[in-house]
Write a new protein. Sequence first.
Length: 175
Amino acid sequence: MSIGGTGHLEGDVSTKSGGKIPLTLTFVKENGGWKIYSIQKSQAGLVAESGGQAIPSKTEAAKLAVDTTLSFARAVNANDLKAFYAQTAAEFQTRRAVREVQCRVSPLYRASHQFGTVEKVAPLLTSEPGVSAQGVLQVEGYFPFTESHVNFSYKYVYRFTDWKIVGINVHVKSV
């Protein structure tokens, strides 16, 4: 299957001993030719999957939330969301222009100091990470700071080799 400058191929590789290894190859079109972007091997055994990607454990989802929040915090602290916006999924960018996102998060600029220590505080997830029938991973929780909590609800889709943001809701709540 080919979509705009990318391609996707799924199949099995046969081993000399007669075994089969399921693989997914992702290609990108570059300089007039196709090049391999990624090769993924499915996990063995019974695995809950989302678009070919295993659903992250609670620990992996917490790390994903930390990474997303740090990236978002850098953008808020710089008063410029362009770099964060560039990391979001194409579906997110299609629905919202960077200027609209900038306006929606402007109230957080006053509370940007709350984001500064996100990497020092482990987030508490309020539910198990789960993937909808549409392949959307939902991660919800908060960072428990002493004066306030940074609450988050992130939605991701798996694209190529990464989970990409398709929905974000972040707010600071005094405790």
